[in-house]
Design a protein around this ligand. Structure first.
Ligand code: C2E
Ligand code: MG
Ligand code: MG
Ligand code: MG
Length: 283
């Protein structure tokens, strides 16, 4: 019944709850069909320059429209996609889709120079990842510099020969590399240097604490100083108000992403949103 489905939907929505084995199975089976049944969609969130206000890119964020459960959060289903290995074919689809979108926006002159794509730990362990990325770029006719891959510390901490080789191959393709959710894992300076990443994305949990706690501000300050001394760009995630944006500028952080600028939205909503920004005087 609808009521029962509704209750289940709530259970699936709640990322704080641990999935039981049967829920997990249900999610896994659902995900298996999601690609072929066209239930997956990429949303995009703008990334901006904190000083000029200019749009510097957009991050692709996966959405799953389930026929019964409604919109399922990626925080909920990405871990399931990883456990089941489904993230590999789904990840390939995401790369194709994002590259096509980026190429289309460039052809339309929309002013989104870079599209960022999240890469999960399991994808990094796939020795074919660089090939998959290369194929997506080629098919879309997109320059590698217009694609940025967001890697996680948990993916990099594997530090196997395999992961290192893959990161080198990706770098060799000419795509940009960012470390996502920086500060939440085993951040290691030596890593950042050896892996030659371009951008450090400060996790929103630290950004949120920036103005409310001395510790929060100390962590953000340290990350920004460290990244800058290594010549890396710093992007702050989860910027929701102007006070936070101003504090970040004071600390020398140049890039941001968050609800203050735009929420993640379907690709089709982006042109109107950009026009709105221009009309409001933002670049
Ligand atoms: P993430 O890559 O760190 O993405 C940032 C998350 O923060 C997104 O949640 C975004 O909607 C949210 N966010 C952005 N600005 C704000 C803000 O100002 N305030 C608050 N409270 N939240 C903000 P979302 O879309 O639910 O994605 C959650 C996570 O799921 C992502 O974290 C990423 O780890 C994973 N994910 C999403 N899409 C993909 C994908 O295509 N591939 C892979 N492998 N993982 C993905
Ligand atoms: Mg990300
Ligand atoms: Mg992040
Ligand atoms: Mg995150």
């Amino acid at each position: 019944t609808a009521k029962k489905a509704g209750r289940n939907a709530w259970r699936f929505y709640n990322p704080a709850m641990n999935a039981t084995a049967s829920e997990r199975l249900e999610l896994t089976n659902g995900l298996r069909c999601a690609l072929e049944q066209d239930q997956l969609e990429l949303y995009y969130q703008l990334q901006v320059d904190l000083f000029s206000g200019q749009v510097i890119g957009a991050e692709a964020l996966l959405r799953w429209h389930h026929p019964q459960w409604g919109l399922v959060s990626p925080a909920r289903f990405i871990p399931i996609a990883e456990e089941s290995g489904l993230i590999v074919p789904i990840g390939a689809w995401i790369l194709q889709q994002a590259c096509h979108q980026a190429a289309q926006w460039q052809a339309e002159g929309l002013g989104i120079p870079v599209v960022a794509v999240n890469i999960s730990a399991l994808q990094l362990q796939d020795s074919a990842l660089a090939k998959t990325v290369r194929a997506a770029l080629d098919q879309a006719g997109l320059a590698p510099s217009a694609l940025e891959l967001e890697l996680t510390e948990s993916g990099l901490i594997q530090d196997s020969e395999q992961v290192r080789a893959t990161v080198d191959q990706l770098k060799g393709l000419g795509v940009g590399l960012a470390i996502d959710d920086f500060g939440t894992g085993y951040s290691c300076l030596a890593y950042l240097r050896r892996l030659a990443v371009d951008v450090v994305k400060i996790d929103q949990s630290f950004v949120r604490d920036l103005n409310s706690s001395a510790d929060g501000s100390a962590i953000v300050t340290a990350i920004i100083q460290m990244a800058r001394s290594l010549g890396l760009e710093v992007l702050a995630e989860g910027v929701e108000d102007e006070e936070t944006a101003e504090a970040l500028r004071q600390l020398g952080c140049c890039q941001a992403q968050g609800y203050l600028y735009a929420r993640p939205m379907p690709a089709s909503a982006l042109p109107a949103r950009l026009a709105e920004r221009r009309a409001a005087g933002a670049v």
